[in-house]
Design a protein around this ligand. Structure first.
Ligand SMILES: *Cc1c(COP(=O)(O)O)cnc(C)c1O
Length: 255
């Protein structure tokens, strides 16, 4: 009998449960939404490399971090370099200009989900030239502050088309892949669909109409542990789930 730590079993179980929940949420999803299989991003912030390796060995490939230093350290951790050769990192936190190089130099960086200004897009576009391989573009999403909370990053919903158009026209080294929101925590779903998610869906509709993009090519990253199933039902194509896979973070931890 193989010896597994309690934690190992938990992570396998957590992942399996989340993947099964994603599948059944897809079955409930409205048929007029793009029929994309949602991508699970396992949010590993404050969790050690050993647990990331366990999730990777259980089949998970996409991981999310919201601090540049933490992503960079983990991406270069010998344990991860050795065991997780196809890992795909998503940056999901606020990106300061002075951290761009550190982020872009991280092995396995797959996508920056939190572009929220023309200046940041321009900087990423310029710096990426130093890091890209085979002239591949850097995948980005535009972050929208759908709840209007001051503490949240992201552009206001009406600014979406302008920023997306800027990326498409002026940032040839970036690939615009979709829209991302964090939204209100703990929204009470008994009140109906989460208005943040509905807003993000509407932003996509507008962007696609105005800029003549195919809705199937514009992803929506929304939904976390407490609401990813609901997010999928209303159109999420990427969900970012942390605690349901890796266990709860300390209660006083603020992302
Ligand atoms: C922490 C975090 C998540 C995951 O949160 P859980 O509630 O643990 O699933 C998702 N998105 C962002 C931007 C985060 O910071």
């Amino acid at each position: 009998m193989s010896v597994q730590s309690a934690q190992e079993i938990d992570i396998m179980h957590g992942l399996k449960t989340v993947l099964a929940q994603i599948e059944s949420a897809v079955a409930r999803r409205s048929k007029d939404l793009p029929q994309v299989t949602p991508r699970l991003v396992a949010v590993s912030k404050i969790k050690p490399a050993t647990l990331i390796v366990q999730a990777y060995e259980a089949g998970q490939r996409h991981f999310g971090e919201n601090y540049v230093n933490e992503l960079a350290d983990k991406a270069k951790d010998p344990l991860i370099l050795e065991n997780c050769k196809e890992i795909k990192w998503h940056f999901i936190g606020h990106l300061q200009t002075n951290k761009i190089n550190k982020l872009l130099g991280s092995p396995g960086l797959f996508m920056v989900e939190t572009v929220d200004s023309e200046k940041l897009a321009d900087n990423l576009n310029k710096q990426w030239l130093k890091y890209r391989k085979d002239e591949e573009k850097l995948k980005i999403m535009v972050q929208i502050n759908t709840s209007g909370e001051e503490a949240k990053n992201g552009i206001e919903p009406p600014e979406t088309c302008q920023l997306v158009e800027h990326v498409l026209k002026n940032c040839p080294n970036l690939e615009f892949t979709g829209l991302m929101t964090i939204g209100q925590y703990d929204y009470d779903l008994s009140k109906g669909p989460n208005p943040d998610f509905i807003t993000l869906v509407k932003c996509r509709e507008e962007v696609c109409n105005k800029l003549n993009l195919d809705i199937k090519n514009v992803e929506l990253s929304m939904g976390m542990s407490s609401d990813f199933e609901h997010a999928i039902e209303v159109g999420a194509t990427t969900v970012r789930v942390g605690s349901n896979i890796f266990g709860a973070r300390p209660p006083n931890f603020k992302p």
